[in-house]
Design a protein around this ligand. Sequence first.
Ligand SMILES: Cc1cc2nc3c(=O)[nH]c(=O)nc-3n(C[C@H](O)[C@H](O)[C@H](O)COP(=O)(O)O)c2cc1C
Length: 162
Amino acid sequence: MQEIYVRRSIRKYLDKEISDEDIKKILKAGMNAPTARNLKPYEFVVVRNKETLSKLSEMKKNAYFAKDSNVTIVLLAKELSDYWQQDLGAVSENMLLEATRLGIGSCWVGITPNQDYENYVRGVLGIPQEVRVFSLMTLGYPGEVKQPNDNYYEEKVHYEKY
Ligand SMILES: Cc1cc2nc3c(=O)[nH]c(=O)nc-3n(C[C@H](O)[C@H](O)[C@H](O)COP(=O)(O)O)c2cc1C
């Protein structure tokens, strides 16, 4: 479980191809996350096309690095229950950890609850209105080195009562 600590948001990438096999492993890790009532509301769009990556990077200021990613996976969901956003959060973390295990840098780029960002991505990728656009996950071999996280905050922990 070292990956929990080693995973950092990587926003600089090398010009090196991620294999389809590794993309499948990352997707599979996502698909094995817990979901409410086991409804598995997730869907994905895997984007490698440079022009499309460039359009995705224009969704908002803090998505600028998507254009330099080798692959960006767009995380989608059907609203099969009220828990779909929590489901997709679990899916996301599994995917980030699997990418880390494979030596692939990643960054979570938030979309929901911003309707403008959602509709922008719907337009770029032809996603129907009833499918929710949760986030982008940018992926690429790391072009920057970051120290592992080592967070523990005693003041955030309450024992028995708040
Ligand atoms: C819900 C969510 C939305 C995020 N959105 C963005 C984003 O739009 N752009 C970005 O560069 N990073 C985004 N991040 C990454 C965070 O900035 C990052 O996880 C945080 O600063 C901690 O750094 P670390 O991931 O390296 O530990 C997002 C993370 C989460 C969980």
